[in-house]
Design a protein around this ligand. Structure first.
Ligand code: PLP
Length: 474
């Protein structure tokens, strides 16, 4: 078999389409003796039978291990500098009551960004001191809820919000714990980052001098306001430079810029702010082309930069925190689909010929994974219910929605005999899939099943047709 001229450069022709690439899968996923995909020893056909398809299948052990790895690695790297580090799991990547409990029991905190996410945290029994709240447009109701829950930190995004929160807290005779979200002029994604001065985006306070503020930066103006306000306890500063990042250079530049800002605060106001949050964004493997770095390596590189920059600037090392989401939950989960119709089309190639592409439709699609449509994200897929000796064929896994862009996996070599009723598994769907799911075409949102020690249980039930109809008022 020759490689398809339609395949992207990064996609290699597999010697064995049944093989699993370990970096794509949760630690307890393997093929069983009969060739079927198993998680914690449970065959996927049993999961499909009990819970239906599509279904998100999450390894609790894998999630917990990655959460612990981040916590232990950052604690160890920063122990000598500032007594350890705090890891806030970014709930926006995936959140439900059960997962909030895992986060807490592994010693992590929870980063939320809406009243709804705070409600999940409350139901899970987390205390406000374990929580942070983000958002560029928090409502008065959300800020009130945050104060009611005695949040450990509210990450303030603008001067207007700072006033609103400060006044609210002071009217209650309280002080809100505030972190200021700054825009360090660093944007990173995968293997590249760009550094700019001015920021043209909705999040955060600019660090660049603003003529409308008499030459002060919005970030410094916020510090001044916060320090004076009797409703504000200014805890520190925060930044988040992007997502799915593999290189450390962008993180390091952002850390240096924020520490430089803390040194200016010290010089101008005589105050050393206690905390620095460097956000999330650590990359994971969606395809064979991705090679994520171990948490310990990231932590050690960050600690080296933070330590040396602080000594250059004569600054006490602030307490460091980070907010990983995708890197904890993404690889813990695969989506299990049932294949339906297939067809092969011939596609024109640059040399004037044509080449086949096989379309394999599954029983979900952009309603359970919007990332391919939203960002052109790539995923991988395997035949899960059995092995096959058929030749590998360049395939496109597509959903069942009324959009031609409804693609689940743009390019994968799958066995040429994949057919209706086979089960397909798509790994790396733990982050930003279920949380972005929709009812497009009146499909029901899939359930989330957690697997641990050879047992599978529902942690979020799937929607039913009754759920779909429940909001129609007539
Ligand atoms: C402020 C903030 N923190 C953390 C995260 C989590 O990023 P990731 O899931 O890529 O680690 C995000 C994601 O958008 C974010 O906006």
């Amino acid at each position: 078999m020759t490689a398809s001229p339609l395949a992207p450069q990064w996609l290699s022709q597999p010697e064995d389409t049944n093989a699993l690439r370990p970096q794509l899968w949760a630690q307890d996923v393997a093929r069983g003796a009969g060739g079927e995909l198993e998680i914690s020893g449970i065959p996927v056909s049993r999961i499909a039978e009990e819970f239906g398809t599509p279904v998100f299948v999450m390894s609790e052990a894998d999630f917990r291990a990655r959460a612990r790895d981040f916590k232990d690695s950052f604690d160890a790297a920063f122990a000598g500098l500032c007594g350890g580090a705090d890891v806030y799991y970014a709930g926006k990547s995936f959140l439900c009551t059960e997962v909030a409990r895992w986060v807490s029991s592994e010693g992590l905190r929870l980063d939320t960004c809406s009243g709804g996410e705070l409600a999940v945290a409350r139901r899970a029994g987390l205390h406000g001191s374990q929580l942070g709240l983000h958002g560029n447009n928090k409502s008065l109701a959300e800020l009130t809820r945050a104060l009611d829950m005695e949040l450990g930190r509210i990450v303030v995004d603008s001067l207007g919000e700072l006033e609103m929160l400060g006044n609210l807290a002071s009217s209650r005779g309280e002080r809100a714990n505030v972190m200021l979200r700054l825009t360090p002029g660093v944007h990173a994604s995968t293997h590249e980052f760009i550094a700019t001065a001015h920021e043209d985006q909705k999040f955060g306070l600019s660090m660049v001098a603003d003529p409308d503020l008499d030459g002060m930066s919005p970030a410094m103006a916020a510090v001044e306001t916060a320090l004076k306000h009797d409703g504000v306890n200014l805890v520190g500063v925060h930044c988040h430079i992007g997502s799915q990042i593999f290189e450390s250079a962008g993180f390091e530049l952002a850390a240096r810029r924020l520490l430089g800002f803390l040194a200016e605060v010290k010089q101008d106001y005589g105050v050393e702010l206690a905390e620095l949050d460097l956000g999330g964004g650590y990359g994971i493997a969606y395809t064979e082309a991705d090679a994520p770095r171990p948490a310990a390596e990231i932590a050690n590189a960050m600690a080296a930069v933070v330590g040396s920059t602080c000594s250059e600037l004569g600054l006490a090392v602030p307490r460091i925190s980070i907010e990983p989401g995708r890197a904890i939950v993404g690889p813990s989960t695969f989506t299990l689909y049932r294949a339906g119709t297939t067809k092969t089309v011939r596609v024109d190639t640059p040399d004037g010929g044509t080449s086949p592409r096989r379309y394999v439709s599954v029983d979900g699609g952009m309603s359970d994974n919007a990332r391919p449509v939203l960002y052109g994200a790539d995923y991988s897929a395997v035949l899960a219910s059995r092995t096959s000796e058929a030749d590998a064929v360049l395939s496109r896994v597509v959903g069942k929605h009324c959009e031609s862009g409804d693609i689940v996996v743009r390019d994968a070599y799958l066995p040429g005999d994949v057919t209706a009723s086979d089960l397909l598994a798509v790994p790396g769907t733990g982050a930003y899939c279920w949380v972005l799911s929709s009812n497009y075409n009146y499909l029901t949102r899939p359930p989330v099943v957690a697997v641990r020690d050879g047992a599978a249980r529902l942690i979020v039930r799937g929607e039913t047709e009754d759920d779909l109809l429940a909001r129609d008022v007539s």
